[in-house]
Design a protein around this ligand. Structure first.
Ligand code: Z5A
Length: 210
């Protein structure tokens, strides 16, 4: 496959959505076709599952239900969007992918990593990202940015600071374990400085596929 698969990860308020279009435009400026997508979601069915997952509710969702819904949406996403795009030679830029499940359901909720690995082996069909940008920043700074946005908080954003500390630590441990695939971006910087970091990481990848 000539296309590359890139995901963007991080805790809430890290600035992923803000930089998603910049990444896509930068890749397009090098003559590549780019599919921009997100998880959970990215397909009509996946977007319906996303609504169920994010809707704030008084009724608790069992951790296994949450985990399985993430992978149900992902199975659809891989088969309908990601693999077809990569087979066409397009690049795929996804706002989150499987690292989010290890960080949120594994690190955050405490689900056993082996169980997540089993589901990943089953549904990913060997498909994983070529590069993942981990937008890293202190939890308190991410939360301040989310507060300033003044939108209603979704089911995950209502979690406590300790939950996001566990998520962040899990992301950082994964980045340390897989430094070639997961690139840490200092997301506490301003928007332009983050774009410089992204260009610096993207250029070698683009040049390797010229
Ligand atoms: N989830 C999961 O649990 N398991 C999984 O497997 C998957 C997902 C795939 C939805 O994801 C939730 O699903 C997510 C994890 C869970 N929950 N959480 N938390 P999402 O990606 O759609 O939702 P999100 O992470 O909550 O997105 P977000 O809060 O919108 O964060 P963001 O996209 O990284 O931030 P942003 O919208 O670009 O920026 C936030 C604000 O900060 C905004 O007002 C910006 O204008 C501002 N901003 C952005 N960059 C900067 C800089 N550099 N300086 C200053 N201000 C900035």
């Amino acid at each position: 496959m000539n296309g590359k698969f890139i995901s963007i990860e991080g805790i809430e308020g890290a600035g992923k959505s803000t930089q998603l279009q910049f990444i896509a435009d930068y890749i397009r400026s090098h003559g590549k076709q780019v599919v921009v997508t997100r998880e959970p979601g990215g397909t009509p069915l996946g977007e319906e599952i996303r609504e169920v997952l994010l809707k704030p509710t008084d009724q608790a969702m069992a951790e296994d239900t949450e985990l399985l819904l993430m992978f149900a949406a992902r199975a659809e996403h891989i088969q309908q969007v990601i693999l077809p795009a990569l087979k066409r030679g397009d690049w795929v830029v996804s706002d989150r992918f499987v690292d989010a499940t290890f960080a949120y359901q594994g690190g955050g909720r405490g689900i056993n990593e082996q169980r997540i690995k089993q589901l990943a082996e089953w549904t990913l069909q060997g498909c994983n990202t070529d590069v993942t940008f981990l937008f890293d920043l202190p939890v308190a700074l991410g939360q301040t940015r989310v507060e300033q946005r003044q939108q209603q908080k979704d089911r995950f954003e209502q979690e406590k600071q300790e939950f996001f500390e566990r998520v962040r630590n899990c992301y950082l441990a994964r980045a340390e374990a897989e430094p070639k695939r997961i690139k840490r971006i200092d997301a506490s910087q301003n928007i332009e400085a983050i774009q410089q970091q992204l260009k610096h990481q993207l250029l070698p990848l683009l040049e390797s596929t010229r």
